[in-house]
Design a protein around this ligand. Structure first.
Ligand SMILES: C[S@@+](CC[C@H](N)C(=O)[O-])C[C@H]1O[C@@H](n2cnc3c(N)ncnc32)[C@H](O)[C@@H]1O
Length: 226
């Protein structure tokens, strides 16, 4: 972990004494203010259900892509892309989520040793920071940018589903609506941008060139600005 990420994590934990980071044999986990322990993502749990995401990033370019996941969170989507053979740079601006991602990278590395299933998986790298600032400094250029901004329902002002606890932890911290990040991603040198949305949610911006739809989730595809 870089010194700035470490300092940010210490500061954040100081301000959130009810959140505990626990270290176990399976890596880091987090206990929220209700005492509920959230287990880390298991790098060996293959996620075939996320092949929609694979289709969305791939388009007409079969094979391995370099993908920048601009809102990496727990790294579940990043891991699914790695399992599909892509090389992923996971960007995360929240110090706690970033620490969990670094832990995932370590567990992925140890899972690779002696597990033939991981032979054709791609690579996962993690960087701490705001993708709005980092996207214009990517080197070498990436093929695809992926966005999964937090989604707040108009009615309750809260995100839905299994990430509800994360929404509670991140309360009062700036939310990412996705529109500005999408524009930066489109101008970052990638060939396409994929934005994850709940199935019925509005697009983060106009200009969707196609969507891959699942039962509850939609992946909106945007062309890059050339
Ligand atoms: C909905 S979660 C992403 C979940 C993730 N796709 C997964 O599979 O676990 C959104 C995450 O994006 C992060 N985030 C939002 N805006 C960001 C930005 N501009 N730069 C970096 N991280 C950002 C938030 O801190 C949060 O952890």
């Amino acid at each position: 972990m870089t010194a700035s990420a470490h300092d940010a994590l210490v500061r954040w934990l100081d301000h959130h004494p009810t959140v505990q980071v626990l270290e176990g044999t399976n890596g880091l986990s987090v206990a929220d203010r209700q005492g509920v322990v959230h287990k880390p993502v298991d790098p060996l749990q293959v996620r075939p259900g996320r092949s929609l995401l694979h289709r969305a990033v791939q388009g007409k370019h079969p094979g391995t892509s370099r993908i920048v996941d601009t809102t990496a969170g727990f790294g579940r989507d990043a891991l699914a892309l790695v399992q599909a053979g892509h090389n992923v740079l996971a960007v995360e601006r929240h110090p706690l989520m970033h620490a969990l991602l670094l832990d995932l990278v370590e567990r992925l590395a140890s899972a690779r040793t002696g597990a033939p299933i991981t032979a054709e998986w791609g690579t996962l790298d993690v960087v701490f920071g705001d993708a709005n600032n980092l996207l214009s400094h990517l080197d070498p250029p990436f093929d695809v940018a992926y966005l999964d901004p937090m989604y707040r329902t108009p009615r309750r002002g809260k995100s839905r589903g299994p990430l509800q606890w994360l929404d509670d932890i991140l309360e009062d911290e700036a939310s990412e609506e996705g529109t500005a990040l999408l524009q930066r991603a489109q101008s970052s040198g990638v060939r396409r941008v994929v934005v994850k949305r709940p199935l019925k949610a509005p697009a983060v911006a106009s200009g969707v060139s196609g969507s891959i739809k699942g039962r509850t989730t939609r992946y909106d595809i945007y062309a890059a600005h050339r």
